[in-house]
Design a protein around this ligand. Structure first.
Ligand code: ATP
Length: 439
């Protein structure tokens, strides 16, 4: 049976803190429940995850365009989408310890925190949207919400995007951005937080093409995770049962990953029919239909929505890349991240902190730093520096030694995974790195 790449999430949490991937937010004040800050390495990894997604779903395709809509939207948006009425989770409270839980996350009558039996209140619906006020007057008329998904920004812009970019159905819009949900039980590191980032696609099709494109997107999205290094055995598609389906959804599949907490959702792919565009047409009074000139037909497009989380994808890539192995009797920790995702692509390391080597190493670093995200490091012993770079997933180290300055004007390229070292002359270095890294 397949096992999670890491048994315990705390291994990843501590690596992230120690090396500067992810810190607890406002930690000096004791942190703020389940909010996290991405540090110097985390911000690079996160950008690389988003770039890899954007390349796959926008840059490499003729039928997709991007957009970036505001977090605050007209409040009617959320009435039309159903979020004001129905975006809620069933909340129960333990009468003994007063801790609150999502009813569907507790599977017995026993309180998971204090052990009291049969002391839960009846479930009540708790709306997950964060409310705030627009402008200086804090009254009902000024209420706006922090968006709980980026999706609605694409539905309300359907006509703007379609006409300005001259798109023909089938086509899609992609967007990456922050979303907010006042989750009842956040936790498991960045898996469930109240502020998170989503990567969403709304793909508009003819009404008779919905199931066909649902299949296409299921395959595309599964492939993206494996292309970027996730072990396919730790990835599966799970179809929602009919009682789990939103009332308007025609079918939904979750892409699940085997996290240290068990199989959990990475991304949802839903065939939503024409629900969203029809609702916005009804509530705004503006047409959301599309005229197909080839078929001489007007219709409201149907939508297939692949909706993933940046933070969850990043966490899955980190967990899956985490490797502990023994090399020549020594233990090493390596993050075997895909080269496109690795925060630093190359580390430039003078063999020692020697006044002959440092200027040469700096010169080598200057030669490549504009092209790739790199780090220059001349602290500690070379062995410790290699171990640090392995642990943060840097695919290549370039080492400058005495031969470089005294004899051959060449450097050593060390590969993270095979640990092989090859000698390359400095004039050929960029081409040699290019061959290994591309991009
Ligand atoms: P869940 O069942 O885990 O609450 P969901 O089905 O409500 O998730 P969707 O509304 O389908 O999630 O959101 C799409 C994606 O956004 C999810 O697959 C996930 O990757 C991400 N996401 C949703 N909620 C959160 C959260 N609280 N923290 C981090 N990522 C989230």
């Amino acid at each position: 049976m397949v096992e999670a790449a890491v048994d315990d999430m705390s291994t990843i949490v501590s690596l992230c803190k120690r090396r500067g991937f992810i810190f607890p937010s406002s930690e000096i004040y004791g942190g703020l429940g389940s909010t996290w800050d991405y540090g110097p390495l985390g911000v690079e990894l996160k950008r690389n995850v988003k770039d890899a997604w954007w390349r796959a779903v926008v840059r490499d395709r003729d039928d997709m365009v991007g957009q970036d809509s505001a977090i605050l939207m007209h409040p009617q948006t959320w009435v039309a989408s159903g979020h004001v009425e129905g975006f809620s989770d069933p909340l129960i409270e333990c009468r003994e310890c007063h801790h609150r839980f999502r009813a569907d996350h507790v599977d017995s009558k026993t309180c998971p925190d204090c052990g009291a039996v049969d002391r839960f209140t009846a479930p009540r619906q708790f709306n997950l949207m964060f409310k705030t006020f627009l402008g200086p007057v804090e009254d009902e008329a000024a209420v706006v919400y922090l968006r709980p998904e980026t999706a609605q920004g694409m539905f309300v812009n359907f006509q703007n995007v379609q006409t300005s970019a001259r798109m023909k159905v089938p086509f899609g819009i992609a967007q990456v951005g922050k979303s907010f949900r006042n989750e009842i039980t956040p936790g498991n590191f960045t898996f469930r937080t109240r502020e998170f980032e989503q990567m969403e696609i709304e793909y508009f099709v003819r009404p008779d093409q919905g199931f066909e494109y649902l299949e296409i997107w299921k395959n595309e999205r599964m492939r993206w995770y494996t292309d970027y290094g996730i072990n396919p055995e730790r990835l599966k598609l799970r179809e929602h049962d009919s009682d789990e389906l939103a009332h308007y959804a025609k079918a939904t599949f979750d892409i699940e990953y085997l996290f240290p907490i068990g199989w959990s959702e990475l991304e949802g792919i839903a065939y939503r029919g024409d629900f969203d565009l029809s609702q916005h047409e009804k509530h705004s009074g503006k047409s959301m239909s599309y005229f197909d000139t080839e078929r001489d037909e007007r219709f409201i497009p149907h939508v297939v929505e692949p909706s993933g989380g940046v933070d969850r994808a990043l966490l899955a890539f980190l967990v899956d890349a985490f490797t502990e192995e023994e090399v020549r009797g020594e233990k090493r920790t390596v993050l075997k991240l895909h080269k496109d995702l690795a925060p630093y692509k190359i580390a430039v390391l003078p063999l020692s902190k020697n006044e002959k080597l440092i200027p040469k190493a700096r010169e080598v670093h200057d030669l490549i730093r504009h092209r790739w995200m790199t780090e220059y490091d001349d602290t500690q012993s070379i062995g410790r520096r290699y171990r640090r770079q392995d642990e943060i997933g840097t695919p290549l180290c370039v080492t400058v030694d005495f031969e470089t300055v005294e004899e051959d004007n060449a450097v050593t390229i060390r590969d993270r995974d095979s640990m092989e070292q090859v000698r390359v002359s400095i004039p050929d270095l960029v081409a040699a790195l290019d061959e290994r890294l591309g991009g």
